[in-house]
Design a protein around this ligand. Structure first.
Ligand code: RM4
Ligand code: RM4
Ligand code: MN
Ligand code: MN
Length: 429
């Protein structure tokens, strides 16, 4: 039997700080009610919110220089599921897991699905991987995958994506995320028009294999591993491709995949306008695709993204149901702790966006009252919603203080005993 945190232990931990929480919650209820907001409604909304966990995020990540693994890291997809189960047990807002193939390939999909169900988890969008060569594959992706000049390489990359759909289908997933590293490192290396043409052709073949209740997400990224040009480099390329490929092809926004200072909330509004907003990979960054913890560098931007999502939800277009996923690489922290803290930061921005006085915001916008429009946002952003999130978790059986409960449980030390050290490990290198 692998170690799991006893629900009784969490309940006991919660009892210690419950009186304090109750009084903070009541004080906040008073503040919010003077603004016409009902704290109970906000608590229910926070409980209904969900963000999926990346299987690759529970292992320690590395940079292109080194990886410094921690103790008790997951050795395989079943261990990863266990860690995700623990995160969800404490947060209650992370019931989905996004798998990455072939990293998470299993020969026993049924056992994996059952293990997830036992932990109250389900599988969110699955990810294909043609940005590196898998052991034993016939053709190399060194010069591209879905856009490679060699038709056999393209066929292999398409087949891998279809394989991911089949595996995901067996696991109950409903989406495929396609991010490719294809591009060029030198001017002249690649025919820019030809590469895009081949991409569209390959994606059409993948789309043809998509079950009718599935979506395929195109994830763009400005650079890395290609340092001169990337085939799907920005939201413009992404939406044009998605519109060309088909109705169930949508765009996925990874917060780290843009040029510095790009207005991501505006991209959200644009994609929504054309019914192409498929989902998010949440993380934060200072210089590039740093994969830092959500809200650790620019929490205000995260709030503005959620504000745009709240606007989109109030004005649904072709259905509004974006997939929310975390996509981070944890190099120096315990990955579980990073994910606990990130889930809280993301939910906090969601809750703050729900607090925006939309009538005041829209009224000020229409009157060209710039300062009051901004104040409508600032007033919501400045609210400390921590008591709402803590109460939402406690009522749902989660931890009042996720990090304190996790540390007190000794989970990582127990896993270090159970799991032998892993060589390469589970994180991104
Ligand atoms: C660093 C730096 C150092 C080099 C390593 C490999 O970015 O440039 O000089 O030794 O890379
Ligand atoms: C990429 C991108 C993808 C993720 C890989 C591991 O930069 O964000 O979503 O699958 O990293
Ligand atoms: Mn991503
Ligand atoms: Mn990334």
């Amino acid at each position: 039997m692998t170690y799991r945190i006893d629900p009784q232990f969490i309940a006991e931990q919660n009892t210690r700080a419950h009186q304090q929480l109750q009084s903070d919650y009541e004080a906040l209820a008073g503040v919010l009610s003077r603004r016409g907001c009902d704290i109970e409604t906000l608590t229910r909304q926070a409980q209904a919110f969900a963000v999926a966990l990346p299987s690759w995020g529970v292992g320690t990540g590395g940079t292109r220089f080194a990886r410094f693994p921690g103790h008790g890291e997951p050795r395989n997809v079943f261990d990863k599921i266990d860690d995700c189960g623990t995160i969800h047990q404490l947060t209650r807002v992370t019931p989905g897991v996004s798998l990455h193939f072939p990293w998470d390939r299993t020969t026993d999909a049924r056992a994996l699905r059952e293990a997830a169900t036992r932990l109250g988890l389900h599988f969110d969008a699955v990810n294909s991987n043609t940005f590196q060569d898998a052991a034993g594959q016939a053709h190399s992706y060194k010069f591209g995958s879905l856009t490679a000049l060699d038709p056999e390489v393209r066929a292999q990359a398409v087949a891998h994506n279809i394989d991911c759909i089949e595996l995901g289908h067996a696991l109950g997933s409903k989406g495929l995320t396609v991010w490719i590293g294809d591009g060029a490192n030198f001017p002249g290396q690649s025919n820019l028009r030809g590469a895009l043409e081949r991409y569209l052709e390959s994606m059409r073949a993948i789309y043809a294999a998509l079950p009718s209740d599935w979506l395929v997400f195109i994830e763009h990224k400005m650079f890395e591993p290609a340092f001169y040009s990337t085939v799907i480099s920005d939201w413009g390329s992404s939406i044009l491709a998605a519109q060309t490929i088909g109705e169930r092809c949508k765009c996925l926004v990874d917060l780290g995949h843009h040029a510095p200072n790009v207005n991501i909330e505006q991209i959200v509004a644009r994609l929504h306008r054309f019914g192409k907003l498929g989902g998010f990979h949440f993380n934060d960054s200072k210089y590039g695709d740093d994969d830092l913890d959500s809200g650790s560098i620019n929490p205000h931007q995260l709030f503005l993204v959620f504000n745009e999502l709240a606007e989109a939800e109030a004005n649904p277009r072709d259905g509004f149901n974006p997939s929310y996923m975390i996509d981070q690489s944890h190099n120096v922290t315990d990955p579980i702790e990073s994910m606990l803290s990130s889930a809280e930061a993301i939910t906090a921005c969601f809750a703050k966006a729900s607090l925006v006085d939309r009538a005041a915001l829209h009224g000020a916008q229409e009157a060209n009252d710039t300062m009051m429009a901004f104040q409508a946002l600032r007033r919501a952003y400045n609210v400390d919603v921590a008591p709402i999130l803590a109460m939402a978790r406690v009522e749902a059986g989660g931890a009042l203080d996720v990090l304190a409960a996790y540390r007190a449980s000794g989970y990582r030390a127990r896993k270090a005993q159970e799991r032998k050290a892993v060589g390469l490990g589970a994180g991104i290198v």
